[in-house]
Design a protein around this ligand. Structure first.
Ligand code: LLP
Length: 408
């Protein structure tokens, strides 16, 4: 295996180290390997050497990840005022931050009006009236117009964005909105995003989006960048091949055509997904006529993706004798009182026993980030690995945290 393989599979993680982390930090706990985040950044920049590469921070806003990617020279793409604040706190200079406003609440725009101006961040608007609302706040800074390219793609209908009317201004009105934006501030870019979890099969949709953006860039002229979104998929199934980044990069350059502006990309998942695993512990093993139900301490409040998108995540037993145990087909169920709270069904696993630790793969993106307190469950801990070192970067919540905000 090369030092920088295109994907890190769950089987590549050292079981003994993960077991030790589970013993020391208890579970459920997310583990993030910062070296793998760096490797992913290097591979992306290698495939897109002439592009502005940003990290869509929504995939994982842990300070450790943000500081790591800031140091790698990657930019930050933010979807909310809170994300902009996190990026600034992590040391991203304002000129390397883009804020993509999606139906922004007044509170977000108040913050951006002030902080955005002070730090020279780029504000991407996806509606004409967002421009008016910025102008009302005296914003005269750098702007980008988000376009609805009319083509979407992604791993699930719920994350296909490009053809959803919610996002961006309709393609055939984009020119008008760019003109209007030029009255408010300095238009430095145009932007579109097809969706999330794009695989090699979606390359045609990606090409179409990029080619439309190239056309628009030539029409409106005088831009610094053309942002074609993120959404680069990762193989969640062990048998799925990794995305051929060079092929995506070639297709992107080819589809964009001649433009007098830099290409900009903004993946989130690709930087962090395979840099993270979720550690969990088996608490109940129940034989039923239909299946063996394996109750674990990580549920939909820890990792929402299976419940929300029917997402597949690899699972592996960390029991020291796992290789000697027979394989059983099991249902892995969380502790939340809701039918959707099932991590996997009909999943082959080394016959589980109470107290076994399990590892869930590809959990670095949209895992901790989408954790919630539903069922009054405390959110898990996060531990970052850096070489041989590990440190707690988010402590586990406790029952006091759960009621802390309440007033009566
Ligand atoms: N740029 C924009 C404008 C986006 O809306 C997104 C994701 C990204 C970039 C980054 O997409 P990525 O490279 O991470 O796929 N929670 C879902 C994913 C929702 C993504 C929303 N927007 C999941 O767990 O699959």
């Amino acid at each position: 295996m090369s030092d920088d393989p295109a994907v890190r599979r769950l089987a590549d993680w050292n079981a003994e180290r993960l077991r030790d982390l589970a013993d020391r930090h208890a579970t459920p706990t997310y583990v993030l390997d910062l070296n793998r985040v760096r490797e992913n950044a290097t591979r992306l920049r290698g495939a897109f050497p002439d592009a502005d590469v940003a990290y869509a921070v929504k995939a994982n806003t842990t300070r450790a990840v943000l500081e790591t990617l800031e140091a790698e020279g990657v930019d930050a793409e933010c979807a909310a005022a809170g994300e902009v604040k996190r990026a600034l706190d992590a040391g991203f200079p304002g000129e390397r931050i883009r804020y993509t406003a999606v139906n922004p609440p007044d509170r977000d725009l108040d913050y951006i009006g002030e902080v955005g101006r002070a730090h020279d961040i780029v504000v991407t608007v996806g509606a004409r009236d967002t421009l008016d609302r910025l102008a009302e706040r005296g914003y005269e800074g750098r702007l980008c117009v988000r376009v609805n390219p009319g083509v979407g793609a992604g791993h699930h209908a719920k994350v296909s964005t490009g053809a959803e009317p919610k996002f961006g201004v309709p393609y055939d009105r984009a020119g008008e909105v760019v003109d209007a934006a030029r009255e408010v501030g300095e238009v430095v870019g145009i932007h579109a995003h097809a969706g999330s979890g794009i695989s090699g099969d979606d390359l045609a949709a990606h090409r179409e989006l990029v080619s439309r953006m190239g056309e628009l860039a030539r029409e409106v002229g005088d831009l610094e960048f053309v942002a074609v979104g993120g959404g680069f998929g990762v193989p969640y199934r062990e048998t799925e091949p990794p995305l051929d980044l060079d092929r995506v990069a070639d297709a992107t350059r080819d589809a964009l055509g001649e433009v007098d502006a830099r290409l900009a990309i903004e993946p989130g998942r690709y930087f962090v997904a395979d840099a993270g695993v979720l550690l969990s512990t088996v608490n109940t093993v129940k034989e039923t006529p239909e299946t063996t139900v394996v109750g674990i301490d990580a549920g939909m409040t820890t990792l929402l993706r299976p419940a929300l998108y029917d997402a597949y995540h690899a699972v592996r037993s960390l029991a020291p004798d796992a290789d000697d145990r027979p394989t059983e087909s099991v249902e892995l169920a969380g502790p939340v009182c809701e039918t959707a709270d099932v991590l996997a069904r009909d999943r082959p696993l080394a016959a589980p026993e109470r107290g076994d630790h399990l590892a869930v793969g590809n959990a670095g993106a949209y895992g901790y980030e989408m954790a919630s307190n539903y069922n009054s469950r405390p959110r898990p801990a996060v531990v970052a690995l850096d070489g041989g070192d590990d440190r707690l970067v988010a402590r586990r919540e406790d029952l006091t945290d759960i009621t802390e905000l309440e007033r009566w």
